[in-house]
Design a protein around this ligand. Structure first.
Ligand SMILES: O=C(O)CCC(=O)C(=O)O
Length: 255
């Protein structure tokens, strides 16, 4: 198996549950992807998910309310555009995921597979959660690759992570009905205190484990924040039959 990550980076991912890979895309490639995203937003190319549909606290109450058509996700990113597909299948990313899963890999089309667009004003915060909460696979061992198309920082709603939290045992009472860490549970206060915002510049990729707790704030800046998110699994980590994870299909990579 070829290598892109150093042994130290693989150890760091196993320990912390995330890893930043700086400069994975050139400024020109990022600018091209941003222009693709802007054009798809302008033409409202489906499939789209709106803030009103996600329904997080502070979201517009309906599609017809002020800000109701604020796009949260351009879904079907792999199917949407050649440049997005090329990024999803980038041989460097495939090699990284092979190293982390220690086997050949597949891209899951059911989850993420989107461009997250966090808009000023109507783009809402996301509570602390593990992506695996609504994914159904044999093992909690998927890896999300989050590509920043612009700089991400706390002011524009960058992702925060709790390092090492993919290894934490969490009691049911620490979670709400949607499996977010409850803000009011006393046991969660020390976890929130460990929250950390990895610094991401345009073209950097953040890899994180499907069991890592992460969250994000609202966008208090002036420009839309755009991030591409794809999720990968080792090929032996199959989606459970009959689940939404299985229904979305996947793409075998690295052949
Ligand atoms: O950008 C955000 O608000 C966080 C998105 C996220 O964590 C998710 O959709 O799983």
């Amino acid at each position: 198996m070829s290598a892109f990550l150093s042994p130290a980076q693989v150890r760091q991912f196993r320990q912390d549950g995330y890893l930043v890979l700086p400069g994975m895309l050139s400024p020109e490639s990022c600018a091209h992807l941003r222009s693709v995203v802007q054009e798809h937003l302008r033409r409202a190319v489906p499939p789209l998910e709106y803030e009103a549909e996600v329904g997080y606290p502070g979201a517009p109450s309906s599609l017809d309310a002020p800000g109701g058509r604020t796009v949260r996700r351009l879904q079907g990113a792999w199917q949407r555009d050649d440049a997005l597909r090329a990024w999803a299948e980038d041989p460097r990313i495939v090699t990284c995921i092979e190293q982390l899963t220690e086997e050949p890999v597949a891209l899951t089309l059911a989850h993420h597979n989107c461009v997250m667009t966090k808009h000023p004003r109507y783009g809402t915060a996301t509570g602390w959660h593990r992506d695996i909460r609504y994914w159904r696979f044999a093992r909690n061992e998927l890896v999300t690759v989050w590509l920043a198309l612009g700089d991400e920082h706390p002011e524009n709603g960058a992702l925060k992570v709790i390092p090492g939290s993919h290894r934490f045992d969490i009691k049911p009472e620490q979670l709400d009905a949607l499996d977010f860490l409850r803000p009011d549970a006393p046991e969660n206060a020390p976890l929130f205190a460990q929250g950390f915002t990895p610094s991401l510049r345009a073209g950097d990729a953040l890899l994180f484990h499907s069991g890592l707790f992460h969250a994000a704030g609202p966008n208090l800046a002036d420009e839309v924040k755009m991030s591409v998110a794809f999720a990968y699994r080792g090929r032996s980590n199959l989606p459970l039959a009959g689940s939404r994870s299985a229904a979305g299909g996947d793409v075998l990579l690295g052949d």
